[in-house]
Design a protein around this ligand. Sequence first.
Ligand SMILES: [Zn+2]
Length: 120
Amino acid sequence: MILSLNNLRRWVLESQRDPNWKTASRLCKRETPYCRICQAKTNLEAHDVKPYHLIPPDVRAKMTVGQWVKNMRTLNHDCHRGIAHCDDPAFLQYNPQIDKIIQDINMRAMACTTEARSWR
Ligand SMILES: [Zn+2]
């Protein structure tokens, strides 16, 4: 992991989260060990589809590991901040269409052909 102020800030923020969130974050990154947008395998973070800060603390306290995992998508730091959080360094703004973006990118990859390689 590259040590940067952003990574450090993120680590401090995440270390204060609910224990079930932390377990879920590890599970999410183990189950999908690559960014769902750019496929990168480094600087991975768990993105909360419904943002953590918008879930009331009393609701968060009752959430199971499975419920947290369901709300998570593995993204690398750049896609997490740039796409999922609209380039907001505080990660407060977010893109509610993240699943549609992931789906569109995967569809685009599947639709690519290799035929052009044989044409000159
Ligand atoms: Zn990415």
